[in-house]
Design a protein around this ligand. Sequence first.
Ligand code: DON
Length: 343
Amino acid sequence: MNRRLTLIAPLGACLLATAALVAQSAAPQQAVDGAYAKFKSLQEGKNADYIPALAKVDPNLFGIALVTIDGKVYTAGDVKTEVSIQSISKVFTMAQVIQEQGLDSIEKRIGVDATGARFNSIIAVEAVKVVQGTGAPEMNPLVNPGAISATSMVKGSSSDEVWKKIIGFHNDAAGRQLNVLQDVYKSESDTNQRNQAIGALMLAYGYIKDNWQQAVDLYTRQCSIGVNAKDLATMAATLAAGGKNPVTGKQVLDNNKVPGVLAVMATAGLYDDSGKWLYHTGLPAKSGVGGGIIAVSPGKFGIAVVSPPLDDAGNSVRAQRAIADISNALGGNPYAAREKAGS
Ligand code: DON
């Protein structure tokens, strides 16, 4: 090779490698932008209104974020405006209890089975009470009764101490200090008589050991934590990356505890629509009535969409459509073993 060629060849290789990298990293951005454009004008669904503050949130808010397990962030739309995390917090409080007390703790006290009922069903509690004492209840920590019980399991000598642990765990997963949206907290506290009834019932049946009022209050507070789409995607990516926040590098949850958490999300994350969701995407996911949904492609990426209008099961319409579209474009379905994520 003459001298000119020896100079050009490495340069060419370098350019090719850079082009390949650009092509690789362009795929998630294209997928995110594509879904944003496709679903921006979708008008289906309706904001939750049983918590009055949620009815006032702008239904046009639409933000998408995807965070890969190596910490790359891709976004479209509004990823700054915060909504209340709502039921998505149930995943992280469950994870916190599992981290603190082991995988058995949640399975034995609450169960890891789908109820097939709405998230705030009282009939579902009545239906499982007979198995108490004979084995794991057929319930899970992602429906309100199980979630209030999981919150009651976080150890601490005062409400403040427990709260600091709960918000601390959420902060670590999001990679920043999160705050409670006080208007949502007040609105839900003023109107959560149903959850209070559920808390009292869970004490009566022994799922909660004491102080159900504290458990309901802390649960209401955790549901009122303000998050944007980027926070939620980082939280999802923490689960995708074996419990390590890929942006901050902090190990939030032990790697060997992540599959159990993802399994409950796959079973019950979108409530009675969880099977349908899993059938189409294969992704463990969790919705919140604030309009957020997180989904996890293990070993690949976490994704989140915020869009307040919900369907009848209480899941954001646009979030479901956008996440399914992006994940399918990137080969995110963990059951499709031969497809590669476009990360
Ligand atoms: O307890 C409630 O009803 C709300 N704080 C949370 C419900 C929820 O997000 C259900 N999600 N889809």
